[in-house]
Design a protein around this ligand. Structure first.
Ligand code: ADP
Length: 387
């Protein structure tokens, strides 16, 4: 944390466009120096939130504080240039008639430093984003990635207490996206500023965030570290939006004493999973399965017969094998894709298709596999919630 980093606090903040409540009584506290990613699908209110934070939009209700200062409520509205923040947009938003250096220097105009000081700070910033040799070019003479680096330099040069990123990587190609993501993470964290970064891309959110806030229809539905969002998604919506192999319908047959895990009968077997809420035996549930929870082993030789026997027999795999380990569910590989470090499979299992099932070895299409599910990557919700 640098001395200038600023905490952000939304208190029951609401923003309406006509009858649409784009932000609904939002409570959100971001401690100074924290890197927070707000994640949500299109229309969930991400842009509205950052536009209100930046001061480009007024809020209708509630309060917004930066540090100890009330910057917005129903009456008050501090303009963007007085909020000590830097912003990077999806479409770069550079001044087309200014050179790279002039674009970056523009962010220092309010600080009125001397010419030598401006030259020094702009030069240093361009050095850090690798654009020193392009200082005299105009934006149209740069690639998309270079333009976004200029925007990053412009946002950072005045050492603001708050940095806002509005889908900054969306217009870039995949490999460049990855490189610029690392640069944004490094330079933002080095600056010590508080960061609010919005995206609809869950992998970007997991890679960058200290804390992830998930938005659904203008509401903050979960606000937690990435690991918690992954292992304990607060709602079926959060689980779905942050990447699932499948959702398995089932029925609770037993609960562990602490209530954190439940046993669920699904088509073709019985599985132990985490519980997303208080559940009891007999409840109908939907089990959200993370791709990383799926383990598969090839079924060969005599096991193929047993595998077929289990499928044709009771329709249920036994709970344990003869060593007492949980028995696998029966699966058939529907698709396999090479991913460099291994293979992603689609597996027909429990009457559903499990997608993104990784293994270091290749299982051919049509082959039989035994599937086990790690309870840490599976969460059951009451079916009524999941709809
Ligand atoms: P996101 O950034 O997550 O895609 P937005 O904040 O842009 O979501 O939009 C949230 C909701 O507010 C949507 O229903 C959108 O249609 C509505 N909205 C956003 N901006 C305006 C506007 N200027 N006028 C009317 N409705 C708007």
């Amino acid at each position: 944390m640098t001395p200038g980093a600023v905490a952000v606090e939304f208190r029951a903040t609401t923003k309406r466009y006509g009858r649409v409540e784009a932000m609904r009584a939002l409570d959100l506290h971001i401690p100074e120096g924290r890197f927070v990613v707000l994640l949500g699908p299109s229309g969930s209110g991400k842009s509205t939130l950052v536009r209100c934070l930046a001061g480009v939009e007024r809020i209708d209700d509630g309060e917004l504080l930066l540090g100890a200062e009330l910057v917005a409520d129903r009456r008050r509205h501090l303009p963007p240039e007085r909020r000590n923040l830097g912003m990077v947009f999806q479409d770069y938003a550079l001044w087309p008639h200014l050179t790279v250096s002039e674009n970056v220097a523009y962010a220092l105009r309010r600080h009125r430093p001397g010419r030598t000081e401006v030259g020094r700070r702009v030069g240093e910033m361009l050095e850090r984003v690798g654009l020193v040799h392009h200082h005299g070019r105009y934006p149209h003479e740069l690639s998309g990635g270079e333009q976004q680096r200029v925007a990053l330099a412009r946002a950072l040069v005045a050492s603001p207490g708050l940095l806002i990123f509005d889908e900054p990587l969306s217009n870039l190609d995949a490999d460049l996206r990855e490189r610029l993501r690392v640069e944004i993470a490094t330079l933002s964290r080095d600056s010590g500023a508080t960061v609010v970064y919005i995206t609809h891309d869950q992998s970007e959110a997991f890679a960058l965030a200290d804390q992830i806030g998930v938005l659904d229809q203008g509401r903050l539905v979960q606000y937690a570290p990435p690991e918690e969002v992954y292992h304990r998604p607060a709602t079926p919506f959060v689980a779905r939006f942050t990447g699932l192999a499948a959702e398995l319908p089932g029925r609770v047959v037993g609960t562990e004493a602490d209530g954190h895990r439940v046993e669920v009968d699904v088509e073709g077997g019985r599985i132990l999973v985490g519980s997303g809420e208080v559940l009891k035996a007999g409840d109908r549930v939907t089990v959200a399965v993370r791709p990383a929870a799926v383990r598969m082993t090839a079924v060969t030789g005599a096991s193929v017969l047993a595998h077929a026997g289990m499928t044709n027999g009771s329709g249920r795999a036994p709970l344990t094998d003869h060593d007492g380990h949980p028995a696998g569910l029966n699966g058939t590989v529907a698709d396999v894709a090479y991913r460099g470090r291994g293979y992603d499979h689609v597996v027909a299992c429990c009457g559903q298709l499990l997608t993104g099932c990784f293994d270091a070895v290749r299982h051919e299409r049509g082959s039989l596999v035994s599937v086990s599910l790690d309870p840490d990557g599976c969460v059951a919700y009451s079916s009524t919630d999941a709809n």
